[in-house]
Design a protein around this ligand. Sequence first.
Ligand SMILES: [Zn+2]
Length: 317
Amino acid sequence: MKHLLFLLLASLGTACAITSTPAQLVEVGKPSRVDAIKPALTGQGPIQFRKVVAANWAADRGGLIQLEDPKAKAAGLKNELEDIQIYFYVIDHPTFGRYLIDTGIESTMKEKPEDSPVGGMMARFMNMDKLVIHQTTRDWMRQNPGPIKGVFLTHMHLDHIMGVPDLDPTIPIFIGPEESTHKEFRYLFTRGATDDFLEGPRTLSELNFPEPAAPGEPAVIDFFGDQSLFVLSVPGHTEGSLAFVVHSSAGPQLITGDTCHTRWGWEQNVTPGEFTEDADGNRQSLDFLKQFSATLPGVQVHPGHQSATAAGKLETL
Ligand SMILES: [Zn+2]
C-alpha cells in the first residue's frame, strides 16, 4: 500500500521541498576542517553532554538497513519491524549555554496524539501505535530549566522535528546545506506534517559551510569557535544531513544522525535502506564516519536510532 501510493505520486512527476518554512543562510562559527578535529579532542572537554531517550518506537528494517547489502543477506536479515528509539542530545557549554541536537517529542503527542501533525492518517503510515513516549521535550525542559540558545537538526525527517512545537519560536533552528529546499517525491507525503511541526512562525537557519578541505571529506564548522563542537556536512541520507563531534567532559562523542540508524548498521558498515534519499552519498558519508571514528581514541558513537554501546540491547530507562 505504501509503495503503491509512493509510485502513484512519483508518477505525477512533482517533487517538492520538505517544508515551506523559509530558511536563511547564517554565518556562525569558524570554518574548520576534518584534520583539525582529532588534535582538538585531547584532555577533558568543556561540554557537558547528555543523551535523552524520548521514546521507544519501531520501524521497518528495510528502511533502517539496506537489506540488499551482501552483509545483510549473509546475516539473513528480513524486512520486519525493528525496535528503535528516538533521542535528542543536550550540549551544555560553560560559556555559550545550552543547545539541543534534534528535538525529541512534543507534549501534544503524549497528551492528545490525535491532534498532533502525525495523528489520523499519518499515524498508520508511521507505526505510531508502536510509539512509547518516555519524556516529552517540555517535560525535560521543566526538569532541566535554563534557556536553550539554539537547536541543530541532524536532518528534517519527521521523527527528528516532533519536539519543535514545545520549543519557543524565537530559538534558532540550525540545518544543513539545502536541507529545507532540496526536492524529493517522497516529501509530498510528509510536507504538511513537517510544516505543522515547524509552525511558529519560524525561520530556519541554514549553516553556511566552507568548502571541504580535501575531496571526499565533509565540510566542517567549528560552531563555538573554540573547537568544542564540530558540525560536519554529511549529505546522503538527506541533502543537508549533519553529524557532530563533541569534545565533552566524558570524552569525544560522535553523533551520526541517520547516516546510520542502527547499531548493526554501524558495526557492519551497512547503510540505511529505503529511508535514505541518495544511497551513494550515504555510502560515502558513512564510510567517512566509520574510518574517521576509528582514528579517535575513546570516542562514543551515537547512531540515529539505537545505541552502539549497549551490547545487544537498547538502552533501558
Ligand atoms: Zn530518524
